[in-house]
Design a protein around this ligand. Structure first.
Ligand code: HEC
Ligand code: HEC
Ligand code: HEC
Ligand code: HEC
Length: 183
């Protein structure tokens, strides 16, 4: 029984992989429209959803991470910028969430919930994975756009393009104090 389950699981993964390859082909030619809800049992190619915001999207299920994130500098990153700089793409690209992407930060007036370095900067836009059943299934969540951040994620902003960069960024230390409590 156990063995046949494994065989079935492998077959499913292979099928999903092949279908995923075709799906990736298909989407690459069209506009990046977000797709409809993906059932956890079905893993097409990774689809990125829309940005929903840390408070509206993630807080209710991840209160611990939300509260500890709120105490980090990331949660106030937009406040470091003057009103003028908050409209300057060369500043907000690293001080907000999803700037430059179709559903990301635009301005304080239009998208206040995407100000600051929110959850989705590191974990990906949440609309397609922020469902309890999908979230519990790591592969399904990843297929719906969840990202598992690593040092490379941090270095998209913590680099010499930042006007105030000290020249040093130690991932292990920065992870301890800069993200949120990790279970
Ligand atoms: C309806 C509840 C719910 C919402 C909303 C939700 N999550 Fe989750 N999330 C879960 C559950 C349940 C798990 C799996 C158990 C756990 O790790 O807590 C999970 C797991 C995770 C994980 C670990 C996943 C893994 O497999 O590595 C991350 C990261 C995460 N969520 C981020 C987010 C972010 C970012 C948002 C907002 C865009 C969000 N979640 C919204 C319920 C939710
Ligand atoms: C979207 C850009 C962006 C990404 C990605 C990002 N950060 Fe930051 N980070 C900032 C900004 C902007 C500040 C300054 C906020 C402030 O001082 O109020 C900051 C500040 C910090 C600080 C406190 C100041 C310092 O340099 O010691 C730590 C620690 C930190 N980040 C860790 C991380 C880690 C770890 C990652 C990756 C897991 C990461 N950051 C990813 C933009 C980013
Ligand atoms: C490449 C990403 C990036 C860009 C672009 C960027 N910042 Fe930052 N900014 C950061 C990060 C990361 C930090 C925190 C660590 C550091 O100082 O590098 C930060 C910190 C700051 C701080 C706090 C410095 C301190 O010493 O506490 C200010 C102020 C700031 N940025 C203003 C700006 C302004 C103004 C612009 C646009 C001209 C800008 N940033 C563009 C990533 C960026
Ligand atoms: C600056 C990047 C960054 C931001 C912002 C961020 N996270 Fe994370 N998150 C991480 C990293 C790094 C890990 C650890 C991944 C690993 O190594 O397992 C993590 C792990 C997690 C996990 C799984 C481990 C655990 O603590 O349970 C959850 C759930 C999670 N984050 C939710 C959130 C939520 C909700 C927010 C917003 C309130 C958020 N994250 C904001 C970088 C970030």
């Amino acid at each position: 029984m156990r063995q046949s389950r494994t065989v079935l699981a492998v077959a499913l993964i292979l099928t999903a992989g092949v279908a995923g390859a075709f799906a990736a082909d298909a989407v690459s030619n069209s506009a990046p429209e977000p797709v409809a809800f993906v059932p956890a049992s079905w893993h097409p190619a990774v689809q990125a959803g829309e940005y929903v915001g840390s408070r509206d999207g993630c807080r209710k299920c991840h209160l611990r991470e939300y509260r500890s994130w709120e105490r980090t500098p990331h949660a106030k990153a937009i406040e470091l910028l003057s009103a003028e700089e908050q409209n300057d793409p060369s500043c907000v690209k690293c001080h907000s969430t999803g700037f430059g992407e179709p559903t990301g930060f635009v301005s304080m007036e239009e998208t206040p919930k995407l100000a600051n370095v929110g959850c989705e900067v590191c974990h990906g836009p949440g609309s397609l994975f922020m469902d309890k059943e999908i979230m519990k299934d790591h592969d399904a969540a990843v297929a719906a756009g969840l990202r598992v951040p690593d040092e490379t994620t941090c270095r998209t902003c913590h680099n010499s393009e930042s006007p105030t960069f000290s020249g040093e960024f130690d991932f292990e230390t920065a992870k301890e104090t800069g993200i949120h409590d990790i279970r």
